[in-house]
Design a protein around this ligand. Structure first.
Ligand SMILES: [Zn+2]
Length: 367
């Protein structure tokens, strides 16, 4: 029996080009040759191979009738994933930093706001790492730091601009003579001049130093708390801890994503996982032992009747979204309930098995 493609060739003399378009394809009074370069995601080798093949094919078969070529690149990434990831991080970092600066003018929750933007930055990073397929631990750390620097930098920059305005307004209000001496200076130049005088540096660094020297005051919401400024050392530590909070949460978000299973063969993420069985916490060693030695009978005996009710060990299988059954990934995690009732998974074992091992295991557990 012929497949569909062969039938087409046989009956109408229709031929397909290397990228899979019908040639010639008559369209609006001319010949159309679509170059189907879509759905190669970031598989450069495959994409370039088909481009080369199309090139040869086109040179060999000259069009007769007003041939037009169009290119379909849907779902193909031409730009390097890491470049896109860096751009996304810079953009999101600036937006989040400005947001923090903007909200912070009105009220600021110490520790909480920096943590929240850090978590948001980590979420954006996780999404970008997923989209641009970068399951790499070094990338997670570097991008987390970059995210922290961008958020913290643009947040400090926002404050610095505010500081310029406040300084200028104060000088106008108090009729500061400096204003009349340097009357053609704009706000930024004037601020930099004064920062240079008082701290020895200009720009963001000068602003940072002057904030530290002035001492940061923390005013409690209830109004009862202390309102005396930190000394310069504590102010410095406070500003550094803000940065560490932001960067720490950003790295955490990225880290969780890069640790998800990824099929390097076809550059695709594994699925969310299918539940196989749950076990008692205290049987961890026995369960790991049974999995490592393919003793599925032992696993069956250890298996709990109750489904995944924490605390317990959960065995899941993940399949690559692209090649499905090639190399299923077994994952054993400790499932507990966190402080706020949120279930928490902590991985204790992960390993690839073959698809026949998986069906054997599934049959045994179901029996
Ligand atoms: Zn795969």
């Amino acid at each position: 029996m012929l497949n569909k493609e062969e039938k087409l060739k046989g009956s109408g003399g229709l031929i397909k080009s290397p990228s899979g378009s019908l040639c010639p394809y008559y369209y609006m009074g001319g010949e159309l040759h679509p170059l189907k370069y879509g759905s190669y995601f970031n598989n450069k080798d495959k994409l370039f191979a088909v481009i080369k093949a199309e090139e040869k094919y086109i040179l060999k078969s000259a069009g007769k009738n007003n041939r037009r070529i169009w290119i379909d690149l849907y779902e193909t990434t031409l730009v390097n994933g890491i470049v896109m990831l860096v751009l996304a991080t810079i953009f999101a970092g600036i937006v989040l930093g400005l947001l923090l600066g903007f909200v912070g003018q009105f009220f600021f929750l110490v520790g909480i706001f920096p943590a929240l933007v850090g978590i948001a930055g980590g979420y954006v990073l996780a999404q970008a790492i997923k989209k641009f397929k970068m399951p790499n631990k070094a990338v997670a750390i570097l991008m987390g730091i970059l995210m922290g620097v961008m958020i913290y930098g643009s947040y400090t920059y926002f404050d610095y601009l505010q500081f310029q305005n406040q300084l200028y307004d104060a000088m106008v209000t108090f009729g500061d003579p400096t204003l009349y001496i340097f009357k053609d200076m704009d706000k930024a130049t004037l601020t930099n001049f004064l920062l240079q005088e008082t701290t020895g540096s200009t720009g963001l660094i000068g602003y940072w130093k002057s904030t530290v020297n002035a001492g940061i005051s923390i005013i409690s919401m209830g109004g009862m708390g202390s309102n005396f400024p930190f000394n310069p050392l504590w102010s410095t530590l406070y500003l550094i801890s803000e940065f560490l909070l932001i960067a720490g949460f950003a790295i955490k978000g990225a880290w969780e994503r890069v640790n998800r299973p990824f099929c390097s063969g076809c550059e695709a993420w594994y699925d969310e996982g299918k539940y196989l069985a749950s076990f008692e916490m205290q049987d961890e060693d026995k369960v790991i032992n049974a999995i490592e030695r393919d003793r599925f009978d032992d696993l069956k005996n250890l298996m709990r009747a109750e489904l995944s009710k924490p605390p317990c060990l959960v065995l899941k299988v993940h399949l690559c979204l692209n090649c499905h059954n090639e190399n299923p990934l077994l994952e054993l995690s400790r499932l507990t309930v966190g402080d706020k009732g949120i279930p928490k998974y902590k991985r204790c074992l992960r390993g690839l098995i073959t698809s026949s091992q998986l069906s054997e295991l599934e049959d045994k557990l179901r029996s």
